[in-house]
Design a protein around this ligand. Structure first.
Ligand SMILES: *Cc1c(COP(=O)(O)O)cnc(C)c1O
Length: 430
């Protein structure tokens, strides 16, 4: 569910026309819906009401201060993967005591920063890291709260680069040796063992992989609770969203391609069923589920050209602004911001490649997609760009990053100004 709707031939973000925002702030432009963000958080929090729980929004999906502040005001916790993300959460008014710190390569400096700020828990991914956290904590005369990320060896996730829960990838500690690792960690005087964590992948649109992983983990959770008194089990993030409504509605040619939404209620029901009897707090770390459908990227058509049989629509947004299609082959629905050529009740559909100006063949948002007959000057919106959109943007090709706007009802405000050319060289010298 989101609050970007076509009404009266125009695309609206809540109560603000996207057209107007593009005119006021230029393109490319990220537009977020505060109502959608908060609604996703509240619905997940409420659906998990049957078990002691904490929702830790995965900051890496979208770390804009206004996004974090909106969630902090709702009481959200945060899952961070760097000292920089902790800094952002603190700047946004988030509570460090509700932050969990994940990632395979935390530096000593990041560990000390997080200990000083009093985070809820480190999620360690190796014995060597536990030893480093132990040393850092003893150096500060503190005890660092820790959990270990366990790899349950369950395949899940929409793409090879976003599956994380099998032994083929770098994440977590192999399931088999975990109990012994906790026993060794218990002897490290700088550590306080608090919980156990898993995170099996991203863009998962069925409950089965979560259920399989939780079932595999449940006996371990019980064992660790008895042996070390752990008080939470984090099941990570990874709940997928619908990017392609055609796949979700069953128009896909192959049922395997269907992208059925995993609803918040179905997910929560499975979580409660599998973890309700464990007697520990359940933590979830959703990123995409909260932010994905809460944002769009708006771009303007610069040129239309034909080469051979191909029709290219060149827009002013590129892979540096939204890299998911180039990096993962991901689908984003692309819609005109205004119904085109009023009067044409049945617009002509043409096979189109929508591409950006970056000098890479990979800089394409779609290939041969049937789209309305776009022309230079038209505005288009890439939907579901709220997660892993701006957060992954770069200055490649010396392109300033877009502005970000947050809409709240009929109000909107710039929550990150468009970068200038001077920003491009800030910090450099010749
Ligand atoms: C990326 C990540 C998440 C969030 O993943 P989503 O698919 O966006 O929900 C949660 N936990 C950890 C440890 C992550 O690395």
């Amino acid at each position: 569910m989101h609050r970007f709707q076509v009404k009266g031939g125009r695309l609206w973000a809540e109560g603000v026309s996207v057209d107007r925002l593009a005119k006021a702030h230029g393109t490319p432009l990220y537009v977020y819906s505060r109502g959608t963000l908060v609604d996703h958080y509240r619905r997940l929090d409420a659906a998990l009401g049957g078990v002691p729980h904490m929702v830790c929004y995965a900051v890496k999906a979208n770390s804009n201060l206004a996004v974090l502040a909106a969630l902090a005001r709702e009481g959200s916790g945060f899952d961070i993967v760097s000292g920089g993300e902790l800094y952002r959460v603190l700047k946004a008014g988030g509570d460090p005591a509700r932050c969990t710190f994940a990632g395979v390569g935390k530096t000593r400096e990041e560990i000390e920063f997080a200990i000083r700020k009093g985070i809820c828990c480190f999620v360690a991914e190796s014995e060597a890291e536990l030893q480093e956290i132990d040393r850092a904590a003893r150096g500060l005369r503190r005890r660092a709260p820790v959990a270990v990320r366990v790899n349950p060896d369950v395949a899940a996730g929409g793409h090879q680069k976003i599956t994380t829960g099998t032994y083929e990838n770098k994440f977590g500690v192999a399931f088999e040796g975990v109990a012994e690792l906790y026993a060794r960690a218990a002897r490290m005087r700088g550590l306080a063992i608090r919980g156990v964590q898993m995170h099996i992948g991203s863009q998962i649109t069925a409950p089965e992989p979560f259920v399989a992983a939780m079932r595999k983990m449940a006996p371990l959770v019980r064992e660790l609770k008895a042996a070390h008194g752990i008080d939470f089990f984090s099941i990570g993030g990874g709940v997928g969203i619908v990017y392609d409504p055609a796949l979700a509605s069953g128009m896909a040619e192959w049922w395997e391609d269907r992208e059925m939404p995993l609803t918040i209620d179905d997910y929560a029901r499975a979580v409660i069923a599998e973890t309700g009897g464990l007697g520990v707090q359940v933590q979830v770390e959703p990123g995409r589920l909260i932010a994905g459908n809460a944002g769009i990227l708006v771009a303007r058509v610069l040129y239309v050209k034909r080469t051979g049989s191909k029709r290219f629509v060149i827009v002013d947004a590129a892979m540096n602004d939204l890299i998911r299609p180039a990096l993962y082959g991901s689908f984003h629905e692309i819609v005109p911001v205004r119904q085109l050529r009023s009067g044409a009740s049945d617009p002509e559909w043409v096979a189109t490649d929508v591409v950006g100006p970056v000098c890479e063949s990979g800089d394409a948002f779609c290939h041969d997609r049937l789209m309305p007959d776009l022309r230079a000057g038209d505005l288009v919106a890439f939907l579901s760009a709220g997660a892993y959109g701006f957060a992954m943007a770069s200055n490649y090709n010396a392109r300033p990053r877009p502005a970000e706007v947050l809409v709240d009802g009929r109000k909107s405000r710039v929550v990150r100004r468009r970068e200038s050319r001077a920003d491009l060289v800030r910090g450099e010298c010749r």
